[in-house]
Design a protein around this ligand. Sequence first.
Ligand code: SF4
Length: 423
Amino acid sequence: MANLKYLEDHIIEFKDLPKEAVVKQDILRDGLDFSLDSLKIAKGYKPKDYFIFSFDLVPIKDMKKEENLNAPEEIKISGGIFDLKKTVISVRLNPKSPYKVDLLEGRLIISLNDEYLADVEYHPVPVFYHKKLSNGKKISEIAPVLEWGYLVYLTVYRMCQYFNKEEQCQFCDLNKNYKQQRESGRDYTGVKSLDEILEALELIAEEDTISKAITLTGGSIITGLQNKTEVEFYAPYAKAIHDRFGDRWLIKAVVQAYEKSECQILKDSGVSIYHPNFEVWDKDLWPQICPGKTRWIGREEWMKRIVDSAEIFGPENVIPNFVGGVEMNKNYGYTDVDQAIASTKEGLEFFMSKKIMPRFTSWCPEPYAKLGPQEAPKLEYFMKLLRVFRETFHKHDLPNPKGYGPTGPGNAVFSVSAFMDVL
Ligand code: SF4
């Protein structure tokens, strides 16, 4: 059971890593509960916009306080008993979490099992959020921001065709989340048109000076969408954004692993950072966790394409994501932390030795993902992952990742893992 002593023990054991990273990773593991008062206050701040997956530990139907409508996208914690620097953390809703945001004598705080841990801030509503598109849609639905305003997140296709034959990545709830959001009454656009994306960005560009990067993404397209292949579907968005706004934003694309000719199309359309997510390293777990990617492309080919794509984008601009912790899933994953870390270390070494820049998000065991709801891996796992990530990063003398904002405790804004907090 997490308590202050448990956090303190981890801070001591991993004293080579920032204490902010310890607290952040544990809050991401357990999710967050909110008191009714803290949710009332949140109404005046930037809400959770469900920018792609649910990233919650319970389904909406179990949110008795309507947290899905009222909770903030992120919290920023600071001070408190560990004298933390300001630390941005993504909100993963879990009414049973030992971490609770509450209002104490008029100020927002976070407690751990009812003991005061730190002070909390919410992200102000971005200045452009009050605007609507000409078709009546909210900007927050078409072009939400996260990472404390740094990133505009464009999920232009809210479905993934790997779900069609139940071959989705086993940690992923994309299509199921789409369904639950629609059922809950949220306006949630399945395919965002190029016109509405450009109009939303136009409205953002008029007033905003904080956002620096755009993520362009959506589900995998296997059998075509609007008579287009995946790259034919996504590349025109990047091209239109780049043609209209030039270098106003760094454009990142999270898509499948493409052959070189398709990478070139993406690059020519204005994409600077390429994310052909690898998800998990272990060669036996890969086909179990990524059955669709296995059947359509395969692990060896996916790896080859990542390596080849470095010739197009430059290795440091190829950033394949790992879903940190999914190799320890309780269904068929590693049971030993050190063995899991050794496996992922091999993957980091493979890519980083080629100057390719893998990064990780923290696995969120969402209830509607195939792996099902379960406890996240131990905090020890995440701290060892951060340690090995940083060691390998320095060993290969990689530059700070582009498109993720500042690094280091007190500065990092990347909110779904502490990998930027430890650099
Ligand atoms: S490729 Fe995998 S992780 Fe990405 S949307 Fe499809 S199923 Fe989800």
